[in-house]
Every structure is written in structure tokens, then in C-alpha cells.
Design a protein around this ligand. Structure first.
Ligand code: HEM
Length: 556
């Protein structure tokens, strides 16, 4: 009670609107309230009003279901006060951009970051100067060679998926997509090629109980255990998960030794055949050689840190891309108009350049051949922002400015050590930034100014011309209004990876096929469930339950 009163006093001092809650979503007790309230109120969500007002702040990532309601009630910035502390929620694009850009003033919450280090510190878990080293070494690995590998591996795995999916009425396509993105991550990270049909025939290397892919899958399928359960407990309670964890660690050690040997033979050798592990090793070594004169400063990554980075790529890049693709498949099957535009673009692509020439082009050149498909991907991520919480903590007292037409510029000072959450769903569903935000329409991304494009109204002449030209442009939306990949220096390192994977996937899947909803399913109900009942995963937004999507030949 004493803490509660004290925190209310602090909130009053800050001067922002505030509301009270016995527990807030970022504190430890929310691990208890979250599953209970989610279970009890799941049916309530179908009313379309988000979570009940009294309970919402105790539910982790309540913002997705809330769709900006709390901000319409309390303001673009407001505080939730509980006995454990204060959290500031932000739905103003200007303030969100500022928070994203000032990485030294708004850091990732340090107490949560340790959890992301089961294999070692990494670019996602560190801050300050240490993050700079991780970024300098890890970022160059996401270059054109990696994008080409992503393209070829995604197309190869998609061909395998097509053979399993087409004509098979019982195929659970979501499972196929999760396996696909996991295997693409495995190939791109470690050069390990998997075949969904054939993997059992592969012989195990000496000294291993699992294949590299088996270990990888074991770790990825049980990420919550790996991230939350202490290793000593894991060892005795979830033996299979522990084995996968130990095996992956051992594989990475072996691959690092092998990569190091290859690298010392040919530092100037070809880059084109490398996977992410070798690319990051090379980058670390090159950085060490360039920076060796700066004695006393850290210039390269340890093996632990390289393993940590490979793990964060798997963590950040596996189910984010899978869920984006799953949402996109369902929406394409539900919206025949959008699907037919996507199909036209893909047909055009195979008539002209075709996939054979892709590898001689840069990723920006070949992505430019798919403006509508990219616009569609961005619209999917606006409506279903698969990573919901973008959380930061103020290092010291920080001034924030909000900018609104109604109230002009307003300034507020947040104290040091305060939790700040950018509410990306509220930003994506704001009428100011995205007119008629509930309407899913990729054309928003093909006009010069998305803030004046209202899909519920007839197009202006200018907008018609812009859409006809078919140039995908993220310039159309003002900075800070689309937060699916974050903003600023800590924005998603794998966003181009994700775009290449998405385009490679659909350009192959829909080359000769199209998607349809199963006959027994009710399209209205599917979309309602998709919009109202998604969520509930510890890391990403996931579609609610299995939807029957069929892959059928285009010309039948
Ligand atoms: C559609 C797919 C994806 C989405 C929506 C997405 C979204 C995001 C978001 C919102 C952040 C920022 C989080 C924050 O600021 O707290 C982030 C960071 C990150 N993402 Fe992604 N991501 C995707 C795919 C990928 C892929 C494929 C990879 C790697 C292969 C990747 C690697 C990373 C890394 C390493 C970071 C941390 C960057 C840092 O902290 O400096 N992501 N991602």
C-alpha cells in the first residue's frame, strides 16, 4: 500500500494522465494473472471490445486486443500505476520515433535481457558500447550473399512444401510453414540443408544423439522452456529439451572450429558460399585485424557471443516470418481481389525475368519487381504486428514531445528507470496515421501519402495514377507510424531477410497455384477470429487456431 501511494504520487508529479491497476503486465505477478485472465475472458474478446477495462493492464501484451482503446480514453501517452511501479504507454508516432532513435537514453529493460542469452550475449540482449560491437560485426553478415541464400533456400523448401500440400486435404499448412521457416533459418545460419520428406535417412555424426537439424528444431519448438527454465531444472525435468540445447551448443562449437580453420586458410577467399555462422566469424576476424591497434578496446566477438548471435537470429527470425506468412495465406484465401492482384504480379514476373535471372540482381532490384506483394506484406504487418511489445527503460530523466493536430506540441519529463512501452498496435490502428484502419488494403503502401489515403472513399486522380505506376514506397508513411520492425538503430536487423523470404515464398507457392478456404469454413467467422482472438504467445502474435486453407492448381 505504501508503494502504491508513493507511485501514485510519482505519477501525479509527472503530469501525464494515469490509471491504477493492482498488477501491471511487466511485473512478475503478471505471469500468474495473464494465463488466468486470458482463459477466463477469451469468450469476452469476441464482443470486439478488447479485454475488460478492469483487467486489461494485468494481461501481457494486452495492447494487441485493445487496438488503441486505452489511448483514446487516456491520451497518446499515459501511465499505468501499480504497487510495483509505473509503465508509460506511447501511441504517438513522434515520441515513438524519438524513443527508437535514442538508443542510449532509452535502453532495453536490463532485467529481461539476460533471458535472451542462453548461448551467450548478443545483438538483441546488449546495450551501449557492447551493442555497438555486436552490431558492427553482426550487421555486415546480412548482405547480398545472405539474401541470395535466403531466396534460393526459401524457393527450394517451398517446392517441397507444395508437393506435400497440393491435393492433400488433411495437410496442416501452418505446420508446414513453421517447418519451412525453421529449415530456411537452419540452412542460412549453418549451411545445413533439410528435406521435410527425407530427413530420417541422414546419418548422425559421431558423438551426437541428434542431427543438427533435430537439435535446432528441439530448441526452437521449446523456446519458452529454454528461455525461462533454469538449466539445472531443465536437465532433470525436460530431458529432451535439455538434450537439444546441449546438442545445438556442441554443434555450434564444432562448426565454429571448422569455420575458423577454413577462414585462417583463406581470409580473402570467396564469400558467396558462406552461411551466417561463417559470415559472422569472418566479420569478427576482419574487425579484429582492422582494430588491433586500439589496445584495450573490444573489437571482436568471443565464441560465446557468436553463438549468442546465431541463437538470437533463430529466435527473432523463425516464428516472426512463419506467422507473417500464415496470416498472409489466410488473408489471400479470404480476399480473392487481393489474391488476383498478387497472382497477376507473379505471372508477370515469370513471363519477364523469371527466377533464373534473380541471382544476378541485387535484392532491392528483384524486390522492386513485386511492389504489390511487398505492399501486401506491410499491410499484413500493420494489421497483425507479429512482435507486439517494444519495451524500453529510461536511463535518466528524459523529455518526450508528443505532436498532435488537436493539442499541438506537448512536453513531458519521464523519470530515470521508468518502463516505456511503444504501443505499435495503437499506432497502426490510429485514424490519424491510417484512415479507416480496420480495412485491410495494400494500396495504402502504393500512394505517396498514406496519411490521406482512405480506403473507404473513392480514390483521387493522383492516387489512381500512383497505384497504377505500382511503385512500392515506405516513404508514403511518415516515420514512426509503422512500427512492425521497430525504428532507429535497434530496428529489426532481419527486415530485408524477412522481405526476401516472404517474396520468394509466395512467388514460388503461387506460380501455378492459388489459395482457397476449405468449403466447410465460414469466411466471416475466420476473419473475426483472426482479428479478435490472435495473440497469447510468449514472443509473437499467432493466428488463433487451425484454418483449413487449400492449395489448388490455378487453372482448374
Ligand atoms: C516479419 C518478420 C519480422 C518482424 C515483424 C520482426 C520484428 C522485429 C522488431 C519489432 C524488432 C525490434 C524490437 C525492439 O526494438 O525491441 C526486431 C529486432 C530484431 N530482429 Fe526482427 N523481425 C522479423 C524478422 C527477423 C529476422 C528474419 C531476423 C534474423 C534472421 C531478425 C532479427 C532481429 C534482430 C537480431 C533484432 C534485434 C536488433 C537489435 O536489438 O539491435 N528479425 N525485429
Amino acid at each position: 500500500l505504501f508503494n502504491f501511494v508513493n507511485n501514485i504520487r510519482k505519477a501525479r508529479g509527472i503530469g501525464l494522465p494515469y490509471t491504477l491497476s493492482p498488477i501491471h503486465e511487466l511485473e512478475r505477478w503478471a505471469y500468474v494473472t495473464d494465463p488466468i485472465l486470458r482463459w477466463y475472458y477469451r469468450g469476452y474478446l469476441l464482443q470486439g471490445n478488447g479485454w475488460p477495462r478492469w483487467a486489461r493492464f494485468m494481461i501481457k501484451d494486452w495492447h494487441y486486443e485493445d487496438k488503441g482503446r486505452a489511448h483514446r480514453e487516456y491520451g497518446l501517452l499515459f501511465l499505468v500505476v501499480s504497487p510495483a511501479g509505473l509503465v508509460c504507454y506511447v501511441a504517438d508516432s513522434h515520441a515513438a520515433l524519438y524513443i527508437g532513435t535514442k538508443r542510449r537514453l532509452f535502453v532495453k529493460p536490463p532485467d529481461k535481457m539476460k533471458m535472451l542469452e542462453p548461448f551467450g550475449p548478443n545483438i538483441g540482449s546488449t546495450d551501449g558500447d557492447l551493442w555497438k560491437i555486436h552490431s558492427r560485426i553482426a550487421s555486415p553478415s546480412f548482405d547480398e550473399y545472405t539474401q541470395k541464400l535466403v531466396w534460393t533456400e526459401t524457393q527450394r523448401h517451398t517446392s517441397m512444401l507444395i508437393s506435400l500440400w497440393s491435393g492433400n486435404n488433411n495437410f496442416k499448412f501452418e505446420k508446414g510453414v513453421y517447418t519451412l521457416t525453421m529449415d530456411v533459418m537452419g540452412s542460412v545460419s549453418f549451411g545445413q540443408q533439410a528435406d521435410q520428406n527425407n530427413e530420417k535417412k541422414t546419418r548422425l555424426p559421431q558423438g551426437h544423439k541428434l542431427s543438427l537439424l533435430g537439435a535446432l528444431r528441439g530448441v526452437i519448438m521449446h523456446l519458452p522452456h529454454i528461455l525461462l527454465v533454469p538449466k539445472a531444472l531443465l536437465r532433470y525435468s525436460w530431458k529432451d529439451v535439455y538434450t537439444a540445447y546441449i546438442e545445438l551448443d556442441q554443434y555450434m562449437d564444432e562448426l565454429l572450429v571448422q569455420g575458423m580453420n577454413e577462414l585462417s586458410k583463406s581470409l580473402s577467399g570467396t564469400r558467396s558460399k558462406e552461411n551466417l555462422l561463417k559470415a559472422i566469424l569472418r566479420s569478427s576476424k576482419e574487425n579484429e585485424e582492422k582494430g588491433s591497434r586500439a589496445i584495450g578496446t573490444k573489437v571482436s566477438l568471443t565464441n560465446e557471443e557468436i553463438k549468442g548471435n546465431l541463437f538470437i537470429f533463430l529466435l527473432a527470425g523463425y516464428d516472426t516470418t512463419a506467422n507473417t506468412i500464415i496470416y498472409a495465406c489466410i488473408i489471400l484465401a479470404l480476399y480473392p481481389d487481393i489474391q488476383s492482384k498478387v497472382l497477376d504480379e507473379i505471372t508477370e514476373f515469370y513471363k519477364g525475368e523469371g527466377t533464373g535471372d534473380i541471382l544476378s540482381k541485387s535484392s532491392s532490384e528483384y524486390l522492386a519487381m513485386f511492389p504489390y506483394l511487398l505492399a501486401f506484406m506491410h499491410e499484413i504487418l500493420r494489421v497483425f504486428p507479429v512482435i507486439i511489445p517494444i519495451a524500453r527503460q529510461t536511463v535518466s530523466a528524459q523529455e518526450l514531445t508528443t505532436r498532435s493536430e488537436r493539442f499541438g506540441d506537448e512536453r513531458v519529463t519521464l523519470p530515470g528507470g521508468m518502463d516505456v512501452v511503444i504501443n505499435n498496435t495503437a499506432i497502426h490502428f490510429s485514424e490519424t496515421y491510417w484512415p479507416s484502419p480496420d480495412i485491410l488494403d495494400p494500396r495504402r503502401w502504393l500512394v505517396r501519402d498514406s496519411q490521406v489515403f482512405d480506403p473507404s472513399k473513392p480514390l483521387t486522380k493522383e492516387q489512381e495514377v500512383e497505384i497504377q505506376k505500382g511503385i512500392f514506397s515506405t516513404q508514403g508513411n511518415a516515420k514512426g507510424t509503422f512500427m512492425a520492425f521497430g525504428e532507429g538503430p535497434r530496428a529489426c536487423l532481419g527486415r530485408n531477410f524477412a522481405k526476401v523470404e516472404f517474396v520468394a515464398f509466395f512467388s514460388r507457392l503461387l506460380q501455378n497455384n492459388r489459395l482457397e478456404i476449405g468449403e466447410d469454413m465460414n469466411p466471416g467467422e475466420i476473419e473475426r477470429n483472426l482479428r479478435l482472438l490472435s495473440g497469447g504467445s510468449p514472443v509473437t502474435l499467432i493466428p488463433p487456431h487451425s484454418v483449413d486453407v487449400k492449395l489448388v492448381p490455378q487453372h482448374v
